[in-house]
Design a protein around this ligand. Structure first.
Ligand code: SAH
Ligand code: F3S
Length: 461
């Protein structure tokens, strides 16, 4: 009988990808993915450790899993509960101490070993802990076939090409939880992109913690950068849109910037986290760029692709941040004109250098600064969205909307767009005339079928 697998995913897109890959690894063992945790024979929480709130959420959810498991056992049944991802990597054994009913704890680099772990957990309730950084890259052991879509949306797929981080920003846990930087060889990436396209992916988002520092073994024995990889993937029939995330400003090389000019399928949107606009804070964060370098980089990108929309991450209230430092962040926001962004209060993470700095900023101050920053960012986003009204944008329809007959898609600039369309249009790219703009989304109406000869995706005025 088929076993039921429920995976709950927290955090970043790489976790979304990893969850899908875990489903791929478990499919040959007879596990089929279900939405309902209560019905599951195995529950995997694929966790995020980036900020304190994310990690605490996992423990509160585990409380619910304990009840589900107890109810199942009362009926004489069995349920395996696993904690995967970055909380598992960071806390390891401690998870068994805080939640003794958990059966398996494993980190992001070991899930190719899941079949063996599951067998061990089944054997008389053995506890399984695997937080190694194995020498063998897991990608060599993952099945080729996809048993589960590798993205949140129809027609859009995530593809991890690079993992880990060697940058050691002083606030960040990623170098500890994801390990050293590793780039997958081009051949494996391209083969996976082909399979995704054959399975209906129109858009592929290349993922990595430092994706723009990709340096995989190329097709001629030499190393390839991300720009070259993007050009190769653009040649795959069926792939109409390419994105990549997340990038580190100091790693944007000329070849990649040129790809924004030369590769039609590369979408005019880039998430390029800056964190702060104050050089003093950037230095304390161990970011290897200044605010001025970031401004020049934005200008270069706009030279290559004048309509490129820029997005960012910000941390407010990093230890030692003064009002003057924060004002420099607001000034940078003003200068760049981000079309969307994520912003967070600094969250001290155990074991990271910044957590040990004496001058922590009071929470009330962080909250107040975050409010002011988000007000600016939201205003910029709305302003940008309003410039879309009246234009025709190509939109990939990714998911059903709240109302019947409504679908939601993404514009080339990553804006969410609502429209009336039949469910059969899910996963396809349509041309919509934008009729309304809101802070977080657009509304549009179909203008005409997409001419088949039109393979580009530049917005037409
Ligand atoms: N390059 C990475 C960035 C990882 S974390 C990637 O793969 O996306 C995503 C964002 O979380 C960071 O850009 C940063 O803005 C934020 N972040 C990381 N550590 C944080 C902390 N300790 N407190 C608050 N925000 C943090
Ligand atoms: Fe984290 Fe900085 Fe790397 S934000 S993922 S240490 S680039």
């Amino acid at each position: 009988m088929a076993q039921k697998l429920h995976i709950k995913t927290y955090g970043c897109q790489m976790n979304v990808y990893d969850s899908a890959r875990m489903a791929d690894v478990l499919a040959p063992l007879g596990y089929a993915v279900v939405d309902d945790a209560e019905a599951a024979d195995m529950i995997i929480l694929n966790t995020c450790h980036i900020r304190e709130k994310a990690a605490e959420k996992v423990y509160s959810d585990l409380g619910r899993m304990r009840q589900l498991k107890a109810a199942r056992e009362k009926d004489g049944g069995r349920m395996i509960v696993a904690v995967a991802g970055c909380v598992a990597q960071a806390e390891g054994e401690e998870i068994f101490a805080r939640a003794p009913f958990v059966d398996m704890v494993f980190g992001p680099q070991t899930y190719h070993r899941l079949p063996e772990m599951v067998a061990r957990a089944h054997r008389a309730g053995e506890k399984v802990l695997d937080t190694d950084f194995p020498v063998e890259p897991k990608f060599d052991f993952l099945p080729g076939e996809a048993s589960h879509p590798r993205a949140a949306g129809a027609g859009a797929a995530y593809l991890t090409v690079q993992e880990g981080c060697d940058k050691f920003c002083t606030f960040c846990v990623v170098p500890y939880t994801r390990g050293a930087e590793y780039s997958r060889p081009v051949a494996g990436v391209v083969a996976e992109a082909r399979r995704l396209a054959a399975a209906g992916a129109r858009e592929i988002t290349l993922l990595g913690q430092n994706v723009n520092n990709y340096h995989g073994e190329g097709l001629g024995g030499v190393q390839w950068g991300l720009g070259r990889l993007i050009a190769e993937i653009a040649d795959i029939a069926g792939v109409e849109r390419i994105r990549y995330t997340t990038s580190y400003p100091a790693d944007m090389d000329d070849e990649l910037i040129a790809a924004h000019r030369d590769v039609e399928k590369l979408m005019p949107f880039l998430h390029l986290p800056v964190q702060s606009g104050a050089d003093r804070i950037l230095k304390a964060m161990n970011r290897r760029h200044t605010a001025g370098e970031y401004r020049r980089l934005a200008a270069k990108l706009r030279d290559a692709r004048p309509d490129i929309a820029l997005s960012s991450d910000f941390i407010v209230g990093f230890p030692g941040e003064t009002e003057a430092d924060f004002a420099e962040t607001l000034a940078l926001v003003e200068d760049i004109g981000f079309t969307q962004a994520y912003s967070f209060k600094y969250s001290p993470r155990p074991g990271t250098p910044a957590a040990a700095i004496g001058e922590q900023v009071a929470d009330a101050v962080k909250g107040e600064r975050l409010g002011r920053l988000q007000e600016r960012l939201n205003a910029q986003q709305l302003k940008f969205n309003r410039t879309s009204v009246g234009r025709v944008l190509e939109v990939l329809l990714e998911r059903p909307g709240r109302d019947a007959g409504q679908l939601i898609g993404r514009s080339p600039f990553m804006q969410a767009v609502h429209t009336e369309a039949p469910a059969s249009a899910l996963g396809s790219i349509v041309r919509l005339r934008i009729t309304a703009a809101h802070a977080n989304s657009l509304a549009g109406v179909t203008v005409a079928d997409r001419p088949s000869a039109f393979a580009g995706e530049r917005a037409t005025a």
